[in-house]
Design a protein around this ligand. Structure first.
Ligand code: NAD
Ligand code: MG
Length: 394
């Protein structure tokens, strides 16, 4: 995926983490801590968690740190007094962090807010480990064009896409019949619809198998996460929409599969621990040690599978429709979903309203052909406005 290797990567590898205080960011630093001779940290960024960012900076000694919330610059500067770490603040500073001279950028900001800094990293023609799926959903075709132009290498961190990347025969992609994205089914996999109407954010963020940030946990509960991942897969792999299947697999052991025309199905398995796919991208093309729990299939005993229920989880259907429509439909879907998840987390709407808001926004904002990045930002803003109005009326 992406271009050939360009300038030789330094040893140790210089790594920048966009969103270092989040779930993926912390796991990335954990892998670096376990392989201290292989990596140096170049830059770290966070939005508001200034205490954790300062703590990380004191431990990993990057040359640059950026805090998104400008009002926290003084606090961060004070916390790093006596070090020679440069401090920046605001959205521009996060882009500046992406511009620091690193060999690899871990893109782990949540939401479309990660698009600009991630693109800036791509433009440097380096390796970008992509956790931030929303930026691909929001601007996939433009994003990939930039990857190609810059000769950057894009490595998927999302466990399903990382699994597919490991077993996909890119040399013979016409031998691939379909890809099968596995989904845990989330915390409400077996719950009836009337009970789902009443679930609280506290219940929804408790994921049965993965420990993740709030937004993706809610997305996993609605299955919108799998919807976003179908779109992500469509961009990342040489396949078409009809070749993407979703299969519910509650144990989260098989992270995804590729089915070939001869009937063979290749899968990647592992414990549900993001440090494995993260390490795969940090070390690629080499493999490295991780502290992830080893998979013990005898102890697990049984793996189970079931088809997804798009009646109780309509987000999956909406995402597929957006993928089929193409153009700016996925941009609108993503923007509306970000607003709806925020509305649910702040208790302004109910759980099942999330998909309703997304559906109503898709009806209200006309999908169109993607022109350029500016156009994507306008569509994203319009969809957020439309979703905000819909949320206010609920
Ligand atoms: P998180 O909420 O735990 O962390 C998000 C990070 O982004 C934090 O460091 C935060 O400071 C930063 N951030 C948030 N808003 C920002 C803004 N407006 N500007 C700049 N920085 C901002 O999220 P996470 O669970 O680590 O997920 C990060 C991304 O990785 C998401 O796109 C998610 O879908 C994807 N992902 C996560 C997991 C997982 O296991 N957590 C798995 C697969 C994919
Ligand atoms: Mg995933």
């Amino acid at each position: 995926m992406g271009g050939e290797m360009r300038s030789p990567v330094t040893n140790p590898k210089r790594v920048t983490i966009l969103g270092s205080t989040g779930s993926i960011g912390c796991s990335t630093l954990d892998i670096i801590a376990h392989n201290p001779d292989s990596f140096v940290v170049e830059a770290l960024t966070a939005f508001t968690n200034v205490n954790l960012l300062a703590q990380q900076a004191r431990r990993y000694r990057p040359s640059y740190v950026a805090i998104g919330d400008e009002t926290l610059k003084g606090k961060l500067t004070d916390a790093l007094a006596g070090t020679n770490i440069k401090v920046g603040s605001g959205a521009e500073a996060i882009i500046e962090a992406a511009e620091q001279p690193s060999d690899l950028v871990m893109a782990a900001i949540v939401g479309a807010a990660g698009l600009k800094p991630t693109l800036q990293a791509v433009r440097r023609g380096i390796t970008v480990a992509l956790a931030n799926k929303e930026c691909l959903v929001c601007a996939g075709s433009l994003f990939l064009r930039e990857v190609e132009t810059a000769g950057a290498t894009l490595l998927p961190v999302d466990s399903e896409h990382n699994a597919i990347f490991q077993v996909f025969d890119f040399e013979r992609s016409d031998a691939v019949e379909k890809i099968i994205l596995t989904a845990s089914g989330g915390p409400f996999r077996t719950m009836g619809k009337s009970d789902m109407e009443k679930v609280t954010p506290e219940q929804a963020v408790k994921h049965p198998t993965w420990d993740m940030g709030a937004k993706i946990s809610i997305d996993s509960a609605t299955l919108m996460n799998k919807g976003l991942e179908m779109i992500e897969a469509d961009y990342l792999f040489p396949i078409v929409e009809s070749q993407i299947e979703v299969l519910v697999h509650p144990q989260s052991v098989i992270h995804s599969m590729v089915a070939y025309r001869d009937g063979s199905v290749l899968a990647q398995l592992g414990s549900p621990d993001m440090r494995t796919p993260i390490a795969y991208t940090l070390g690629w093309p080499n493999r490295m040690d991780t502290p992830s729990p080893r998979l013990d299939l005898a102890e697990i005993g049984q793996l189970s599978f079931e088809p997804p229920d798009t009646e109780r989880f309509p987000a999956l259907k909406l995402a597929r429709q957006a993928l089929q429509s193409g153009g700016t439909a996925p941009t609108i879907l993503n923007a509306a979903n970000e607003m709806a998840v925020e509305g649910f987390l702040t208790k302004r709407i109910g759980f099942l309203d999330i998909a309703r808001v997304v559906e109503a926004t898709l009806c209200k904002v006309q999908g169109e052909k993607v022109e350029n990045l500016e156009h994507v930002h306008v569509v994203d803003e319009d969809a957020r406005d439309a979703a905000a109005h819909i949320i206010a009326r609920i």
